[in-house]
Design a protein around this ligand. Structure first.
Ligand SMILES: Cc1cc2nc3c(=O)[nH]c(=O)nc-3n(C[C@H](O)[C@H](O)[C@H](O)COP(=O)(O)OP(=O)(O)OC[C@H]3O[C@@H](n4cnc5c(N)ncnc54)[C@H](O)[C@@H]3O)c2cc1C
Length: 323
């Protein structure tokens, strides 16, 4: 028996979330006396994927080919299914993000395997298999039982952390029988986020809301992010109104992040927004309204106009860093 983790290939690079998933898969394997394996599709150097051995992955199954550089859900699911059957996999692990949301349910149907999304910790018990997942936008937790022999899980990103466990790793190349011939969709355009730092990996995030009063006012927020080496994010109305791109949107319907520091700039703190950032280690809010709900969840609050405060903060951090 083995545990298989799906490793997302970010243009030939791995990200922190891959290592977190590997850590989780390794612990699952340890608890069930099985082996932790990883599946990677597309173009990526062996030197890059070998980093997974630091997190308990003993075998990497590599499916090579440029056609796998773009995720076609139908094809990818079939390839994963082939690997699961060949490798005698009992648990399959995905990230709880757009990729996991696209692949895991499809695989669940194909394998007739129980699927639990948004898992936050290791199983409470293995027999029966009971695991805890996020519910109600992270405001509650649910205990879920999986009855099927094969189990599919998606892990809430930043919920488990990195756990190093160096092991010897081998790489095996897998020749898939799946073809792209009858794929009914075609990639028209691919836009890569302009964020220099990925939101999921960022230690610091500076995030703007409607209190920024318009896209033309974002420069001071970007300046602060640059000084701090932070990623930028935004509230949903900001991306809905086209002030910022949708990949910056955090919250219940956007990305769920857990940086060390989250700076909420002109954001009221609606529950749907907080659902995406409440796991931040430290939350700082800047707002003109002392009754804004964001101050109820913030560790530190700055009462005032963002356009006056942002440049002062940037200058202060520059001076602190000696820039
Ligand atoms: C089903 C559903 C899902 C949703 N999902 C999400 C989600 O994923 N993410 C999300 O963000 N929202 C989501 N929302 C929307 C959410 O309910 C709020 O409407 C939204 O978060 C508010 O965005 P905001 O804080 O930018 O704007 P506002 O609520 O308008 O707040 C603006 C804040 O800026 C302050 N302000 C104004 N001027 C200044 C200034 N000059 N200086 C400092 N502060 C100033 C104001 O005091 C106010 O607190 C969802 C809503 C629904 C119904």
């Amino acid at each position: 028996m083995s545990v298989l983790v799906y490793i997302e290939n970010f243009g030939g690079k791995l990200k922190k979330q891959n290592f977190e998933l590997a850590s989780f898969a390794s612990k699952l394997a340890e608890s069930t006396n099985s082996t932790a394996k990883a599946l990677v599709l597309g173009t990526i150097n062996n030197a890059e994927i070998e980093k997974l051995n630091q997190f308990g992955i003993e075998k990497i199954i590599k499916v090579e080919g440029e056609s796998f550089n773009i995720r076609i859900n139908k094809v990818f699911t079939q390839v994963i299914e082939e690997v699961v059957l060949k490798e005698n996999v009992s648990m399959v692990l995905f990230p709880d993000n757009n990729t996991g949301k696209a692949l895991a349910p499809r695989l669940s149907v194909r394998l007739r395997a129980g699927f639990v999304s948004g898992v936050v910790s290791l199983p409470e018990s293995y027999n029966p298999f009971i695991i805890i997942k996020r519910a109600f936008s992270g405001k509650a937790f649910a205990k879920v039982k999986i009855n099927t022999p094969t189990k599919i899980l998606s892990l809430a990103i930043n919920s488990f952390g990195l756990h190093e466990k160096p092991v010897t790793l081998k790489i095996e190349y897998f020749e898939t029988q799946v073809s792209f011939a009858d794929v009914p969709i075609k990639m028209v355009e691919r836009k890569v986020s302009e964020n220099k730092v990925s939101l999921f990996d960022a230690d610091i995030v500076v995030s703007g809301g409607r209190g920024m009063r318009g896209p033309e006012n974002w420069k001071p927020l970007e300046d602060l992010a640059t000084v701090l080496g932070a990623a930028t994010a935004c509230s949903r109305p900001v991306s809905d109104d086209g002030w910022r791109s949708h990949d910056e949107h955090v919250g219940q319907t956007g990305k769920i992040i857990a940086p060390n520091l989250y700076i909420a700039v002109g954001i009221s703190g609606a529950t749907q927004h907080v659902a995406g950032v409440s796991r931040s280690k430290c939350l700082v809010a800047i707002n003109t309204d002392s009754d804004a709900p964001i101050f109820e969840v913030a560790n530190y609050g700055i009462l005032g106009d963002v356009q006056k405060i942002l440049p002062k903060l940037t200058e202060a951090f520059k001076a602190f860093k000696g820039d």
